[in-house]
Ligand binder design. Structure first.
Ligand code: PLP
Length: 550
């Protein structure tokens, strides 16, 4: 293993800055971008972060760049040219965003007053996860093609991506990886438990390398995640399949998402007569696993004038509670003590304490990417001891390990030191939004300006209104992130707007791409809720796929 970020090739590339990555738990360092993308999770169980966050002096000169041009400027600060030559990186980026329906890729729309909405849903599956997964799919392919140069048949390096979903990640991963050479993708979903449109989006993709598994006898995402975890921990699976992950801990996903913070900032300067490049803005981000808002944190640290990032959670509010108390604590299922660890109040509470809400892509117990922010908070705290940078980094890794161990053992850690919480509050605010409030904001926004919000976006817009009404917030324009097209979550939209004058789902909401989707040919295999059976199914289908492609 390479160490200390020293370039193993010595002088060969010493004139080009080479970005290296380390693990948040401090036991793993010196990794290249390619290693980080293909591995996903570090050996010590931590997440990869860059050894340093670049602070480009010339960022203001990017103001007129197109989305792909801007993506190139930003991504090349994190990916050494010795790893991906500039022309190749440009090509990967161009192909990734050519699939978006909007010429601006992620357009900014003015809602009213000082509130703007960043529409992130113009990619193939109508959700913001496309921004990252279109790019990640092309990256996987690029690295594999390079590894496989001159190799044929069984010598070729083959990646098997396995993921589980009841929501947006599955379809975005499928569209990111469909038709890619040397990659198979398996997406598990709980049979009959995903919305018809989400199910159709996944199962109507007929490419040979796309495999949908409908798992019977399961009711939620967590059980699906457990199957995937068991597979990744299994010796047989690892020996026979080269497993890859596309979940939100993959660094490349965070990286791709930094771009739209810069892009929307520049769009705002063009749209608003009072806002100039250099002025401060607030971003409001509907948050689940903390990937999206973490990308905003990187933008802030790179020098984009962000006054605050406002985290907006639904009733699964572990993050909101952290910002209010400094304690990070899993919620127990209501009634958990009553009946042998099982929740008793029906559909609303799951055995592990996740609450089912109208914004399901944010229904989480803990936020996987929060660990990355914790590292930066601990690092900043360590710096006050005036030791060298090596020491600070080691200290940060140890602190994060300690917190995460405590979380695993007791379901909570903290309260963290006051200074750590203070640093968190300097850059972030947080809000918690209930289901009734989510519905109300969808209604009011439609009545006032005729715009239809999806429920996740509505969680953000509700928080944005609160922030705009606050003493600190009202001085700044707000950009709320719109993470999904309303047609993807038609149940909540219908609940909010049915009977509303002038509202017609087919006319106001449904995109032409969704018309007739559910009637198209589907490909899906049923599987039992048993990870070893899933493993055998995956092995079998990969084997068949390899036979057919050779
Ligand atoms: C995934 C998702 C989110 C949450 O994003 P995180 O990066 O997990 O915080 C919000 N809205 C929608 C529609 C999503 O699909």
């Amino acid at each position: 293993m390479a160490s200390n970020g020293v370039d193993q090739n010595g002088s060969a590339s010493s004139h080009t800055p080479s970005q290296r990555y380390l693990s948040t738990r401090g036991e793993d360092e010196g990794f290249s971008f390619e290693e980080v993308v293909l591995k996903g999770l570090a050996n010590d169980g931590g997440l990869y972060i860059p050894e340093s966050i670049p602070t480009p002096q010339s960022w203001e000169s990017w103001k007129d760049l197109s989305f792909p041009e801007l993506a190139y400027e930003i991504l090349s600060l994190y990916i050494s040219p010795s790893e991906i030559p500039p022309a190749d990186l440009k090509d990967i980026i161009d192909r990734s965003y050519s699939t978006f329906r909007s010429p601006q890729t992620t357009p900014l729309v003015h809602l009213h007053d000082d509130l703007y909405l960043l529409e992130l849903f113009h990619g193939p599956t109508f959700a913001f996860k496309d921004v990252a997964l279109q790019f990640l799919g092309n990256l996987f392919e690029y690295f594999l093609v390079r590894k496989n140069q001159g190799k044929t048949g069984r010598e070729r390096h083959h990646l098997t991506v396995v993921g589980a979903t009841s929501g947006d990640t599955g379809s975005a991963a499928i569209y990111g990886l469909r038709g890619k050479k040397d990659v198979s993708v398996f997406i598990l979903h709980p049979k009959g438990r995903v919305s018809p449109i989400q199910e159709a989006q996944m199962t109507t993709v007929l490419d040979n390398n796309v495999h949908n598994l409908a798992v019977t006898g399961t009711f939620d995402d967590c059980q699906m995640q457990d199957i995937v975890k068991a597979l990744f921990a299994d010796k047989d699976a690892n020996e026979n399949l080269n497993l890859g992950a596309v979940n939100s801990i993959n660094w490349a996903r965070i990286l791709a998402q930094i771009v739209y913070y810069f892009h929307s900032y520049f769009s705002l300067a063009k749209k608003s007569s009072t806002f100039k490049v250099g002025d401060k803005v607030r971003f409001v981000v509907p948050t689940g696993n903390f990937g999206d808002v973490l990308a905003g944190y990187f933008a802030l640290r790179m020098g984009l004038p962000i006054e605050k990032l406002v985290i907006s959670t639904n009733e699964n509010d572990i993050l909101d509670r952290f910002w209010k108390t400094g304690k990070y604590e899993k919620k127990k299922a209501r009634g958990a003590d009553a009946v042998g660890g099982l929740a008793v109040d029906g559909a609303m509470a799951h055995p592990d304490g996740v609450k089912e809400t109208l914004s399901p892509a944010m229904d989480i117990l803990v936020s996987s990417n929060f660990e990355r922010l914790l590292w930066f908070l601990a690092y900043e705290f360590a710096k006050t001891a005036n030791m060298d940078d090596q020491w600070n980094k080691r200290q940060a890794g140890q602190e994060v390990s300690k917190w995460l161990k405590e979380l695993k053992a007791t379901g909570a850690f903290g309260p963290v030191y006051q200074d750590v919480l203070k640093t968190a509050k300097r850059d972030f605010d947080s809000e918690r939004v209930t289901d009734p409030e989510t519905i109300e904001t969808i209604q009011n926004t439609f009545k006032d300006i005729g715009y239809v919000l999806d429920p996740h976006t509505s969680v953000g817009v509700t928080a944005a209104h609160r922030s705009l009404d606050s003493e600190d917030g009202k001085a700044h324009p707000h950009i709320a992130l719109s993470t999904a097209h309303p047609a993807k979550f038609s149940g909540a939209v219908d609940m909010a707007l049915r009977g509303e004058e002038g509202f017609n789902f087919e006319k106001n909401v449904l995109p032409k791409e969704f018309v007739g989707l559910e009637q198209r040919e589907k490909r899906v295999t049923d599987s039992e809720n048993d990870w070893a059976k899933v493993r055998e199914l995956v092995k079998l289908q990969v084997e068949q796929e390899l036979k057919e492609s050779n």
